[in-house]
Ligand binder design. Structure first.
Ligand SMILES: Nc1ncnc2c1ncn2[C@@H]1O[C@H](COP(=O)(O)OP(=O)(O)O)[C@@H](O)[C@H]1O
Ligand SMILES: [Mg+2]
Length: 374
C-alpha cells in the first residue's frame, strides 16, 4: 500500500494522545483504502484489530489526568466502550434521539443563529430497558469518546468530598469532545439520610446544577435514572431532551427475540412474534438473558432447545429475574400449564398449541375445558 503521509501523521497523533476514537476512525479509513487497492487480506486484518477493546484509560497515559476520589483513590470517571449491538426503541424515543443527534452534529450552526440549547438528555424508566446501551450508542453515532460517571460511586462519607468529586467530573470533561454519561442520578437523594450533615444534599444538588450549566454547549450530557421521582426538580429542568423508557411493547420484544435468540434470521420471525406475545412484562435485559441461556444450551448440548422449553422458561420469568432453561423435556403438568399460558397470553390456536407443546389437539381441548376455557 502506498504510504499516505497525512493519515499516518494523524494516526500517530491519535495514538500518542490515547484517543481510541481517533485511532478507530483513521484505522477504518486506512482499511477502506486498502480494500480499494485490492488488499482485502490487509483490510480484514486491520478491521479485526479495530474491533479490539482499547486498553482501559487507567493503563494508558491518561491515568494521571483522571479525577479520583481523595479517600479511596478510585477514578471517578471511566471511558466506556461503543456498543456492538443495536438498541431497540419505541418510535417516540427514537425521534427524541435523532433530534438530539442532529442538534449535536449542527451545534455550531445552531449557536451561530442563537437557537441552540444545551445538549442534555435524561433517560428514565425501569432497569434493564436499554438506557446505558442507548447512551453509549449515542456516543458511537457521534463518533465521540464515552465517559461514564456513576453518581452512586461519587458519594463520599467525608464531608464536602461528594461535591468536590462532582466538580472533578465536570472540570475533566469539557476539554474533551465527549459524551458524558451520568448514571444513577437518583443516588444524590440518598444524601438525605442522617449519616450526612444537614445541608449537604442542597450543596451537592447545587454543585450538579452549576456543573451542568458550566458545560460548553457542544458537550453532550446524558443522565439516567430508574427513579425519576427522586430527582430534584431543578436538575430535571436542566435536561431539555427527555426519553421515558418503558418495558418493551410487543413489537420491540419481537425485535429483541429476533436479534438475541435468532441473530436476526428473518425466517424465524413467526417464532419471535410468538415469544413476544408470551413475554409481556419482561425487559430487554431479561429477554437477552433467556436468549443467551438458550444459545449456550444449543452450543454445549447435543440439540437445540425446543420452542416449548424456551416458552416454559419465559412463562416462569418475571421482570428482573429471568429463568434459565430446564435441561429436559416438559412433564405432563408443565405441558398443561404451558398450553393454558399459550392460549391465554400467547393468543395461540389449539392446533398450533398441540404442535408446539407436543400433545394431541384433543388433549389441548381437554386442558382448556378442565381450566374452564372450553
Ligand atoms: N431496548 C433495548 N434494545 C436492545 N437491547 C436491550 C434493550 N434493553 C435492554 N437491552 C439489553 O439489555 C442490556 C442491559 O440494558 P441496559 O442498557 O444496561 O439497561 P438500563 O441501563 O436501562 O438498566 C443491554 O446491554 C442490551 O443487551
Ligand atoms: Mg444502566
Amino acid at each position: 500500500m502506498q504510504v499516505d503521509r497525512s493519515l499516518i501523521t494523524a494516526l500517530i497523533d491519535a495514538a500518542m494522545s490515547a484517543d481510541y476514537t481517533g485511532v478507530r476512525r483513521i484505522g477504518t479509513n486506512i482499511a477502506k483504502l486498502m480494500a480499494e487497492q485490492k488488499d482485502l487480506e490487509g483490510a480484514k486484518a486491520l478491521q479485526t484489530l479495530l474491533r479490539k477493546r482499547g486498553v482501559p484509560l487507567q493503563a494508558s497515559g491518561y491515568a494521571e489526568a483522571l479525577p479520583r476520589d481523595a479517600g479511596s483513590r478510585l477514578p471517578l470517571i471511566e471511558e466506556g466502550q461503543w456498543p456492538t449491538t443495536p438498541v431497540m426503541l419505541s418510535g417516540e424515543a427514537e425521534q427524541t434521539v435523532s433530534q438530539l443527534v442532529e442538534d449535536a452534529k449542527n451545534i455550531h450552526l445552531l449557536t451561530e443563529k442563537g437557537v441552540s440549547s444545551q445538549l442534555h438528555m435524561l433517560l428514565y424508566g425501569p432497569p434493564g430497558t436499554g438506557k446505558t446501551l442507548l447512551a453509549s450508542s449515542i456516543a458511537a453515532m457521534l463518533q465521540r469518546p464515552f465517559y461514564v460517571a456513576r453518581l452512586d460511586s461519587l458519594i463520599s462519607s467525608r464531608l464536602g468530598e461528594t461535591a468536590k468529586n462532582i466538580r472533578g467530573i465536570f472540570e475533566f470533561v469539557p476539554a474533551r469532545n465527549a459524551v458524558l454519561f451520568l448514571d444513577e442520578m437518583d443516588a444524590i437523594a440518598k444524601l438525605r439520610d442522617d449519616r450526612h450533615e444537614l445541608g449537604e444534599l442542597k450543596r451537592v444538588v447545587n454543585t450538579v446544577l452549576q456543573g451542568l450549566d458550566s458545560l460548553p454547549n457542544d458537550v453532550v450530557t446524558i443522565g439516567a435514572t430508574n427513579h425519576p421521582h427522586l430527582l430534584d426538580p431543578a436538575i430535571w429542568r436542566r435536561f431539555p431532551y427527555k426519553v421515558e423508557f418503558e418495558l418493551p411493547n410487543e413489537d420491540v420484544r419481537a425485535s429483541l427475540w429476533l436479534h438475541f435468540l435468532y441473530q436476526d434470521d428473518q425466517t424465524r420471525l413467526d417464532d419471535a412474534h410468538l415469544l413476544a406475545r408470551a413475554s409481556d412484562g419482561l425487559s430487554g435485559a431479561d429477554i437477552e438473558n433467556i436468549a443467551l441461556a438458550v444459545r449456550r444450551r444449543a452450543v454445549l448440548g447435543h440439540q437445540e432447545p425446543s420452542l416449548a422449553q424456551i416458552l416454559m422458561a419465559v412463562q416462569l420469568s418475571r421482570a428482573g429475574s429471568p429463568q434459565l432453561l430446564k435441561n429436559r423435556e416438559l412433564d405432563t403438568a408443565e405441558k398443561k400449564s404451558l398450553s393454558l399460558f399459550l392460549h391465554d397470553q400467547g393468543r395461540v390456536r389449539p392446533g398450533d398449541i398441540a404442535e408446539i407443546v407436543g400433545v394431541s389437539r384433543q388433549m389441548v381441548y381437554r386442558y382448556l375445558k378442565e381450566a374452564g376455557h372450553g
